[in-house]
Design a protein around this ligand. Structure first.
Ligand code: C2E
Ligand code: MG
Ligand code: MG
Ligand code: MG
Length: 284
């Protein structure tokens, strides 16, 4: 009887699993083609300085403009790219494209900040990461100080000793490092002290409940306090309304990103945003 059931179960689940697997295989193949067909795009979200309300930097976020399916968000293809190894050429493209855009904005005299790029675990594991990055920056006529790399707690904790070496090399070259989605992973405060990082980005999930949620208030206060005592700056992610802005400002958060200030914008729209921000500055 058990055997019979087992057989039925097999029949029941197999097609579903196969469908999922073949969907992933299909996606992986079309993602590979997307790179060749130039279907990837970058959007940029401004990061605002709470003290001056100026644009301190921008974060590059990848999009896949699928000819039939429309815009596909990274949550639908980054892990696939990571598993298949495609993240390496994609990551390289992201960096090159981000550097190229920043060069344009600098040439136009509308941007003096840093561009933040998200790294993936596989990219972070490469021993030639720093040297490759420096080549791309140099080719775009940018300096290492123009770049910020976002890593996660998970990437660092996967192999802390190696992470210290890699981060130290990058920081020595002049690149800034921030810990993305801070608070959602497992990193020990002891390690935080040893790692040469410059800023912590408080995950959106802690910001969303502000200022009403008591736990979120405690957590964001704690992160700001830890950052300050270690000499790091703090960025709040996912800021959507004025109540969050007021609270974050009051507790000493340095920077903020979110729909309240701007959604991620395509390069032309970001150029307009930067020009507008400059005009306001000139008149204030
Ligand atoms: P992340 O680095 O934490 O980026 C922040 C995400 O929050 C972005 O989603 C952004 O569009 C979204 N966001 C910003 N402000 C708000 C807000 O006020 N409210 C809400 N609800 N969301 C907001 P996105 O662009 O879909 O990216 C998701 C994640 O995909 C990123 O999270 C990052 O981990 C990853 N990712 C994006 N681009 C790249 C890339 O080029 N390479 C790698 N390896 N990962 C990337
Ligand atoms: Mg990020
Ligand atoms: Mg990220
Ligand atoms: Mg994040």
């Amino acid at each position: 009887r058990a055997k019979q059931e087992g057989k039925n179960r097999y029949r029941f689940f197999a097609p579903e699993i196969n469908a999922q697997a073949s969907e992933r295989l299909f996606m992986a193949n079309s993602l590979r083609a997307a790179l060749d067909r130039d279907e990837l795009r970058l959007v940029f979200q401004p990061c605002m300085d709470f003290a001056t309300l100026e644009v301190a930097g921008v974060e590059a976020l990848v999009r896949w403009e699928h000819p039939q399916k429309g815009t596909i968000l990274p949550s639908r293809f980054i892990s696939l790219a990571e598993e298949s190894g495609l993240i390496e050429p994609i990551g390289e493209w992201v960096l090159r494209e981000a550097a190229r855009r920043v060069r344009e904005w600098k040439n136009a005299g509308i941007f003096a900040g840093r561009v933040a790029v998200n790294l993936s675990p596989r990219q972070f594991r490469r021993s030639d990461l720093a040297s490759r990055l420096l080549v791309v920056l140099d080719e775009a006529g940018l300096a290492p100080r123009d770049l910020e790399l976002e890593v996660t707690e998970g990437m660092i904790m996967e192999h802390p000793e190696r992470a210290v070496v890699v981060l130290t090399e990058l920081v020595a070259a002049g690149v800034s490092i921030s810990i993305d989605d801070f608070g959602t992973g497992y990193s020990s405060l002891a390690y935080l002290k040893r790692f040469p990082v410059h800023s912590l980005k408080i995950d959106r999930s802690f910001v969303s409940g502000l200022p009403g949620d008591r736990n979120d208030r405690s957590l964001t206060r704690a992160v700001v306090a830890v950052a300050k005592s270690l000499g790091l700056s703090v960025v709040a992610e996912g800021v959507e309304h004025a109540g969050q802005v007021d609270f974050l400002r009051r507790i000493g958060c340095d920077f903020a990103q979110g729909h309240y200030f701007s959604r991620p914008l395509d390069p032309a729209a970001l150029g307009a945003f930067l020009r507008e921000a400059r005009t306001q500055e000139a008149h204030s």
